[in-house]
Design a protein around this ligand. Structure first.
Ligand code: F6P
Length: 545
């Protein structure tokens, strides 16, 4: 549990600001100018963060001294910055077509990417024109099921839901991710197998959950064709970097779309991993999503740190985590359509930044990834906001709002936005004991004081506000790219590899050992630790009950 330390250059600012309440910082009318920034459809408001111009300058000097521009350019140029896997990190190349700057990515990568986008476009057109059979698919497709997990699920799931107002008619999207059979069971109950297209998305094509669910849906479709596996095969597309394995599993190579080693799963929405999204919103909107992300790429590549949204966002996170010692961050979108943003960010941030050694294998000296959690407002207010306002721990928040909704229910939307603004204000300003006391009119002095203590709010609780002009493919692309580059910057500041995920391997290995014990293939449980052995036995004893 060691790293927590505040970097020494921040200590003086942490100490100074510990004596200043956010309420006092917010009296500075110039604060908005310095801490509010706009790029395209995104307004980033950091004015409710507990830092001032001096602390921000110190953070800026720190990032400038770190040669972040060279690190950033190395990523865009395709240098193998994922050192533990010897891989380039080129998710930005996937959307380079929408950029106004010359791409730094290798030409072959860009060509393969463009060819894949054109393949996706041909597929969408064929389905739209009722010519899917010419591509080896069923003639009529009404439902698309994306089977994948982690990065092969969370990005498309987030975007398909967020962009519901842009969906093409007559095509429904579904996501099958968990190995819990309940989800597959429900889907099979609802859908017509002969009109369902299944996209099996797995970079490795070895992921247990995905292959298991793939097998379940394949059996279901084969049954619908009375055992004709050839007919069933037409219902499957694969997206994978492991074409050989996808083919061996049963998808003809003509229906395998590529993923590449140079794109990490959690950064892969922009590739064929976004196929279910492209089918849901059409190619024009899919390209608009890419262009929105490219706009942030261009901004990240050119803006000085003082105006650079991803850099500023990373510095604020660095400050909260390593300066103020926050252990978690709540992400609260005031938009039902962004209901999957938090789980998307959990993978993007925690899988990328949850590391305890540097890229050189040395223990880190500061705390890394905070825990990311949260859910949509206003529901969150009626669940856990009590603890955020009056609990003993300070949890920085990130509020995300949309100025112009996709519906016409203006009074609903005004209520939503007023709640968003109110929560940010209440958390920052709080209510003093004296203010609370003045509100308590009845009872004797002692009773009034008891009540006032319970009705006062400490305030001084920091939050970031991100406002999108509207929720469109462009603004969603920009928002996600903003977070991606924030993650890159934090990885750089902490000197960790943000692009590998060795920490998920151990559990997979142990699950593979437990499975044969659970299904009775092995009886000798002595190799397991006592707790695991007892759990296996308890499950075996009760499973027939
Ligand atoms: O187990 C974690 C992970 O490797 C993620 O990084 C990845 O997004 C997910 O599993 C799915 O992997 P795949 O796309 O290879 O099935």
């Amino acid at each position: 549990m060691s790293p927590q330390r505040s970097p020494s250059f921040l200590a003086e600012h942490v100490e100074r600001l510990s004596r200043i309440h956010l309420r006092d910082l917010l009296r500075d009318t110039g604060r908005g100018e310095q801490l509010r920034h706009r790029v395209g459809p995104i307004l980033l408001d950091l004015s409710r963060q507990k830092l001032d111009a001096r602390a921000l300058e110190a953070l800026g000097a720190h990032v400038e001294a770190s040669d972040w521009q060279a690190a950033r350019d190395a990523m865009f140029a395709g240098e193998p910055i994922n050192t533990s896997e010897h891989r380039a990190v080129l998710h930005t190349a996937l959307r380079a077509g929408g950029s106004h700057l010359p791409s730094m990515a290798p030409r072959e990568a860009r060509q393969e990417i463009e060819q894949t986008l054109q393949r996706i476009e041909r597929l969408i057109q064929a389905i739209e024109r009722g010519e899917a059979a010419s591509m080896g698919l069923p003639t009529t497709i009404t439902d698309v099921v994306n089977i994948g997990i982690g990065g092969s699920d969370l990005g498309p799931r987030l975007a398909v839901r967020a962009l519901a107002p842009f969906h093409v008619p007559h095509m429904r999207s579904h996501f099958l991710t968990n190995v819990d059979g309940q989800a597959a069971h429900e889907l099979m109950r609802q859908l017509d197998p002969k009109r369902t297209l299944v996209i099996v998305v797995s970079k490795t094509f070895t992921t247990q959950e995905t292959l298991l669910n793939g097998n379940v849906l394949r059996d279901w479709i084969v049954r619908a064709y009375e055992g004709d596996t050839g007919a069933a095969t037409r219902h499957f597309i694969a997206v994978s970097a492991n074409t050989a394995e996808a083919e061996r599993w049963g998808v003809p190579v003509s229906n395998v779309y590529p993923m590449w080693d140079f794109v990490g799963g959690r950064f892969s929405l922009w590739s064929a991993v976004g196929l279910s999204l492209a089918l849901a919103i059409g190619m024009e909107h899919f390209r608009a999503l890419l262009a929105g992300a490219a706009r942030i790429d261009d901004h990240f590549r050119t803006a000085p740190w003082q105006e650079n949204l991803p850099v500023l966002l990373s510095l604020v996170e660095y400050w909260n985590r390593n300066g103020l010692g926050a252990t978690s961050r709540a992400v609260v979108p005031y938009a039902d359509l962004l209901g999957d943003l938090t789980s998307y960010l959990q993978q993007l941030e925690m899988e990328s930044l949850g590391k305890q050694v540097t890229s050189q294998g040395q223990p880190v000296t500061q705390s890394t990834s905070a825990v990311v959690w949260g859910s949509v407002g206003t529901n969150a207010q009626h669940a856990y906001f009590q603890a955020l306002h009056q609990g003993t721990d300070v949890v920085p928040l990130e509020f995300i709002g949309v100025v112009r909704p996709a519906h016409t229910l203006r009074s609903n939307h005004d209520a939503l936005l007023s709640n968003l603004l109110a929560q940010a204000a209440a958390l920052a300003l709080g209510k003093t004991f004296d203010e609370a006391l003045a509100e308590v009119k009845s009872g004797d002095e002692a009773a009034r004081r008891v009540l006032a203590a319970q009705r006062s709010f400490p305030g001084d609780r920091p939050s970031t506000m991100i406002l999108l002009d509207s929720l469109t493919p462009e603004s969603l692309g920009a928002l996600i790219a903003l977070y991606e580059h924030k993650v890159f910057m934090l990885g750089h500041l902490w000197d960790i590899n943000a692009f590998d995920q060795w920490g998920v391997e151990l559990g997979k290995v142990i699950a593979r050992q437990i499975l044969p014990a659970l299904d009775g293939q092995i009886d000798d449980l002595t190799d397991f630790d006592s707790a695991t052995r007892a759990s296996i036995e308890a499950i075996q004893e009760r499973r027939e009950g």
